[in-house]
Ligand binder design. Sequence first.
Ligand SMILES: CC(=O)N[C@H]1[C@@H](OP(=O)(O)OP(=O)(O)OC[C@H]2O[C@@H](n3ccc(=O)[nH]c3=O)[C@H](O)[C@@H]2O)O[C@H](CO)[C@@H](O)[C@@H]1O[C@H](C)C(=O)N[C@@H](C)C(=O)N[C@H](CCC(=O)O)C(=O)O
Ligand SMILES: Nc1ncnc2c1ncn2[C@@H]1O[C@H](COP(=O)(O)OP(=O)(O)OP(=O)(O)O)[C@@H](O)[C@H]1O
Ligand SMILES: N[C@H](CCC[C@H](N)C(=O)O)C(=O)O
Ligand SMILES: [Mg+2]
Length: 468
Amino acid sequence: MLSETILKNLKIQGLCDDSRKVKPGDLFFAMPGEQSVDFARNALSQGAVAVVGECEAPQDLASKWILVPSVKEERASVAKIFYHDPFSKLSAHAVTGTNGKTTSAFLMESMLSSDGRKTALVGTICKKIGDKVIASNLTTPGILELYAFAADAVAAGCTDFVMEASSHSLHQGRVQGIRYRSALFSNLTEDHLDYHKTMENYFQAKKLLFTKYLAEDGVAVINVDDEYGERLFQEIATKKISVSRLGKSGAMIAPTAIQSSEDGLILTVPAIAETPIETALVGEFNADNVLLVMSWAKAIGISEASIRKALKTVKVPGRFEMTFNDGNRRVIVDYAHTPDALERVLRVARSLTKGKLSVVFGCGGDRDRNKRHIMGAIAENGADFAWVTSDNPRTEKPEAIIEDIVSGMHSDHFKVIVSREEAIREACHAMQSGDFLVVAGKGHENYQIIGKTKHHFDDHEIILREMH
Ligand SMILES: CC(=O)N[C@H]1[C@@H](OP(=O)(O)OP(=O)(O)OC[C@H]2O[C@@H](n3ccc(=O)[nH]c3=O)[C@H](O)[C@@H]2O)O[C@H](CO)[C@@H](O)[C@@H]1O[C@H](C)C(=O)N[C@@H](C)C(=O)N[C@H](CCC(=O)O)C(=O)O
Ligand SMILES: Nc1ncnc2c1ncn2[C@@H]1O[C@H](COP(=O)(O)OP(=O)(O)OP(=O)(O)O)[C@@H](O)[C@H]1O
Ligand SMILES: N[C@H](CCC[C@H](N)C(=O)O)C(=O)O
Ligand SMILES: [Mg+2]
């Protein structure tokens, strides 16, 4: 491993593993791959002081090449030194699972802040320290960005660090070197099989959070209503808390009553508080999130008053977000982009609908293809009418993605409109008194990715324009 002295002698001003982002004075990590040497060459030509690589250096670069057995290991160890070991000065908490991470992370940040602990947040929507908010590109950033942000959090006086740990990040070691004080598991359902190939691999990636990255004396908080959650609970040896909304026998935390309405949830959970706790978050799936996070909060010593305060005030952009409501017609924007999320969000919407329930949705391109036909079937069964449209097509043909979705649909209760704007427009205009419309898939996103280009696109703007 490179020592602190070697790093000092190199007079490094920054760390970088992407040749497109190199700044003069950076130490460049040439991640193994076919183009590793080309990227290293580019990095040096842009002012990188040296390259850390694991293949033999080409002769012309030899004087600037530091040969190591594993660039990945070295990158984590150098990040720790360069950023002054930020995670040793923070209590880090991570949530993983297919759905519910962002919602849970927002709740966790809100509870810690209400409890007077200055907290940084990293996730799908943003990176945030207090009022300072930076938009995110990934749910879990690359390791160098993560360490740099943790160093900023320490400098800003944070004591706690809450983050979403995606399965990709756990598998790729983006969180290497972190020892979490606590780790939460929400659920595991179909998604990302383009990357993980099997549900078992996907589960094993999530499990790493609890086996490799959770501190030995940390605590795991697990939703055991989920079958993979139940299995995870059985398989890990750390301090652990089982949570069950359904009141599964043996679960350590379960509600005795849940009242659900359009205005939110009221949960009675004697293990956490003597009197019922209220939240403005809506729906059964949010009861899962709330219960998981309350159980975590109790386990790490957050006061009941802070739990209550956070639950009352928290808002998660683009998650069951009531975008239009004139007392008769209601339109929500939601980030459901997996079969389970779509099914659950439609179930909640159905329970709040007197008239017709409709959904506008699509599926992202260059991602799990297998979920598409399942989501088609779910939309058809869960809503009275579906507009099948584009999400972020990325480099796929929108029509081909839609064809995959529609292959799971067998009724005539749907219509294909490739343009998302057009689909939302038509769905809005079709609304009658008592109807409910769910616009799913993009939530907080204010862009649409077509090819490799991000265009401005905001479901909310279109809904508000068309409903007025
Ligand atoms: C599939 C996947 O996760 N890919 C991630 C992975 O890329 P990779 O290792 O395949 O990178 P690559 O593009 O082949 O490049 C290899 C190396 O060469 C470098 N490079 C590459 C090109 C170049 O010109 N110069 C250069 O130096 C790259 O920086 C990288 O270090 O590592 C990169 C650096 O951390 C990530 O940016 C990249 O995320 C891509 C952009 C992505 O879209 N990822 C998505 C699928 C993702 O991670 N999503 C999860 C969300 C899941 C959830 O919410 O459940 C997330 O955490 O956001
Ligand atoms: N506990 C849950 N179980 C199932 N579905 C959920 C749950 N919580 C939220 N959802 C649904 O999933 C969508 C995404 O929720 P959220 O953003 O909290 O999850 P996430 O895990 O962060 O997703 P991503 O991995 O895409 O960032 C919500 O808009 C809602 O439709
Ligand atoms: N975190 C999710 C985001 C999906 C959002 C959806 N709008 C899409 O583009 O598929 C993923 O990487 O699969
Ligand atoms: Mg998220």
